[in-house]
Design a protein around this ligand. Structure first.
Ligand SMILES: [Zn+2]
Ligand SMILES: [Zn+2]
Length: 220
C-alpha cells in the first residue's frame, strides 16, 4: 500500500469515529449526521482502501472547512483537530505517487546526464495476471550505461554492475548474462554482503562475500 493511501485511511477512520460519536450522542451536531452521511464516508474509505482514488475530488469537497464535516466539528468542539486533519488530508492527496505521476529522473552519477527509468518485472504472474514490478526505482544512463536504483523517490542512488562469467547467469530463470550486483556492505557482525538481482526475472538474493578475493563474479 502506498504511504499516501495509509495516511488517507488513518484520517478517514478518525473522522468516521468522531462523526459516529456525534450521531450516537445527543449534542449540538447530532442533527447534522444521519445514516446516509455515515454510509457515504464509509464508502469513500472502502474505495481508498482498494486504491481507488477516482472520487477523491468529492472527498476534497467534503473536507472543505465550509463543508458538512467542518460544521459537525465546530458544533462538537473539535474544530482545531478538524483543521489539522483536513490539512494533512490535502497534503496526502498532493503526493505525486498517489496522483500516478512518474517519479522525477535524477542525474547520472557518472556523466550527469538525466537517467532513464527502467522497470524490473517479475516473471511469475500474480493471480490478477499481471507481472508485478520490483519495489525499487531502477535507473539506467543512456550515455555511459550506469545502472542502479533508489529505494524511494529522491533517495540515494545505489550503483549496480553486471556480473562476470558463470555468475552472470541466473540460477532461477536460466537467463544468461542477466545478473547484476550491488556494492558490498558490512553487517554489524563484520560479515560482508552484497545483493544480486536478475534483470530478466527480477528475483534477488543477498550473498555472503568472501574476503580472500576469489572470483565471485564481481570482476574488477
Ligand atoms: Zn551516465
Ligand atoms: Zn532470472
Amino acid at each position: 500500500m502506498l504511504v499516501g493511501v495509509s495516511v488517507l485511511l488513518e484520517i478517514l477512520d478518525e473522522i468516521i469515529a468522531r462523526v459516529l460519536a456525534s450521531h450516537r450522542e445527543p449534542g449540538p451536531s447530532h442533527h447534522l449526521v444521519d445514516e446516509g452521511f455515515i454510509g457515504e464516508l464509509r464508502d469513500h474509505a472502502d474505495r481508498v482502501r482498494r486504491g481507488d482514488l477516482s472520487r477523491a475530488p468529492e472527498l476534497r469537497v467534503l473536507f472543505l472547512p465550509t463543508g458538512p464535516l467542518g460544521d459537525i466539528a465546530a458544533g462538537d468542539g473539535w474544530p482545531d483537530r478538524y483543521l489539522e486533519l483536513a490539512a494533512r488530508f490535502d497534503s496526502a492527496l498532493e503526493d505525486p505517487a498517489l496522483r500516478g505521476e512518474p517519479p522525477e529522473a535524477p542525474a547520472c552519477p557518472g556523466c550527469r546526464r538525466r537517467l532513464e527509468r527502467r522497470t524490473l518485472r517479475r516473471s511469475e504472474k500474480t493471480w490478477g495476471g499481471g507481472r508485478p514490478e520490483r519495489p525499487e526505482l531502477w535507473w539506467n544512463c543512456p550515455q555511459c550505461d550506469w545502472l542502479g536504483f533508489q529505494r524511494d523517490e529522491g533517495g540515494r542512488l545505489r550503483p549496480m554492475r553486471r556480473m562476470q562469467g558463470d555468475w552472470a547467469d541466473c540460477d532461477f530463470c536460466g537467463s544468461e548474462e542477466s545478473n547484476i550486483v550491488s556494492e558490498t556492505w558490512q553487517e554489524p557482525d563484520g560479515e560482508l554482503r552484497d545483493w544480486v538481482v536478475c534483470l530478466a526475472c527480477a528475483r534477488s538474493n543477498p550473498r555472503r562475500v568472501r574476503r580472500d578475493g576469489t572470483d565471485d563474479g564481481r570482476g574488477e
